[in-house]
Ligand binder design. Sequence first.
Ligand code: ADE
Length: 260
Amino acid sequence: MKNYYVMTLFPELIENVTKESISGRAIKSGLMSVTAFNIRDYTKDAHNHVDDYPYGGGAGMLMQVQPVVDCYKHIVNKIGHRPARVLFMSPQGRTFDQKMAEELAQEEDILFLCGHYEGIDERALEILDVENVSIGDYVLTGGELPALSMIDSISRLVHGVLNKDESHEIESFSDGLLEYPQYTRPENFEEHYVPKILLSGDHKKVDEWRHQMSLERTRERRPDLYEKYVAEHPDEFAPKKPKRRRRKTNGTETQSTDSI
Ligand code: ADE
């Protein structure tokens, strides 16, 4: 059972997204849980405020330390221990990728802290001893969408979350290459045809074609991944030795063509 805990000012956003589709099905079948905690519920401010002006001046408001820390303490008390990973969604963090999704899929409980406004009082991040995680080099208005993206990609790696038809065995990145193009019926749509080889029934040839397509796509669309793949698969790209052909020169002698 995988448990996600999300500290946020917008718990409905988290609940409304995760209750749908594949994550919704996984929650219903008991494979995972997503619990959103509203940081505002923990404020001691008479007006329910959770933000204030930064010391030293400057633009924007900061989330205050008290409601964040009290919300975190409540979660730790409720589950009886500190979650295996405490992640703060921040453009300053380590960039989330498929490898990290695989790593996080092994953990039983993950806590996501979602910031808003201009940031969070640094003391809250120190007290929670967070790992900063970014989903890319761009700035969003809050950590909810990053947390949801991560929950989605981690969950699909959890055993049982995807069914056979949704299996993640063959997919972009699983072997360091992008996925090959795919087609379904009809064979001919307004003179746009399915590649003939896919209709041939020759599985070996289909596999070879798909691998070739993955290579071409990766080289064109993600040269960075392509270079990495080539470096990690030297045998596949080594120049092929010509086949040894033995040629008769006279009645008894033979000569190899290897050096030609
Ligand atoms: N919060 C704002 N921008 C973000 C990003 N790129 N990744 C993670 N959290 C964020």
